[in-house]
Write a protein that binds this ligand. Sequence first.
Ligand SMILES: [Zn+2]
Length: 90
Amino acid sequence: MVFFCPVCNEEYLIISNLCETCRKVKHYMSCYSRDRVIEILDNVLSRTEDKQDNKINEEIKNEIQNKEYTLRSSKKSGKSNQIKRGENEN
Ligand SMILES: [Zn+2]
């Protein structure tokens, strides 16, 4: 008997209960919460393809800015000296 992934219904399952792609979606839900993943999918996929890229950028802009702020903060705490020294040597 052949088992298909219960989410996508496209992949054969041998030993796991989800295919690799759907497991990745599940992983995103555990990282960002189920509601956030659905919110992003709703907001992005309900647009035409040419507008989806803009929406993707808009959706993740705050998260990217937070990461950049974190990186800048960690540079100020002493790591920047090592980076600048390396840049000057090149
Ligand atoms: Zn699947």
